[in-house]
Ligand binder design. Structure first.
Ligand SMILES: O=C(O)CCC(=O)C(=O)O
Ligand SMILES: [Fe+2]
Length: 144
């Protein structure tokens, strides 16, 4: 759960730094329907307006790896509001710790070589948490 208190100077701070979710899929609820979530689309930050009773589904880095780049994880961030507090609940889905992540073998051929290295889930999360949250930089370390 994320809590963003109101901030009198919202342009001088960031609620949550730009990142892609490292997991497979994220189901996100913008709880009190205050705007703040933004995604990076064609180089620009675009606001995702909260819809009543609707979830936001984000593709994460693990799905980008498994689909060998067909599904791209989305870079996003959260801004703060000058008057209103904001709450969001994110649930992250990922493979079990003992599994291995890599491009699905059925997607790999001479014409479509693997774009990512294979890595165990445990090592994947250990290296993730040893880094600063920054853009898609963790996924970039696994590119071939
Ligand atoms: O607060 C939000 O809308 C985004 C939260 C988020 O990106 C996260 O928890 O990974
Ligand atoms: Fe996120």
């Amino acid at each position: 759960m994320n809590y963003y208190p109101p901030c009198p100077e919202p342009n001088k701070v960031i609620g949550l730094t730009p990142h892609s979710d490292a997991t497979g899929l994220t189901i996100l609820l913008q709880v009190n329907e205050v705007e703040g979530l933004q995604i990076k689309k064609d180089g620009n930050w675009v606001s995702i307006k909260p819809l009543p009773n609707a979830f936001v589904i984000n593709i994460g880095d693990i799905l980008e790896i498994i689909s060998n780049g067909t599904y791209r994880s989305i870079e996003h961030r959260a801004t703060v509001n000058s008057e209103k507090e904001r709450l969001s609940i994110a649930t992250f889905y990922a493979p079990r710790y003992s599994a291995e992540i890599g491009p699905a073998p059925s997607l790999i051929s001479k014409q479509t070589p693997a774009l990512f290295k294979k890595i165990g889930v445990e090592e994947y999360f250990q290296t993730l948490f040893a880094r600063e949250l920054h853009s898609k930089s963790h996924l970039d370390t696994l590119r071939i």
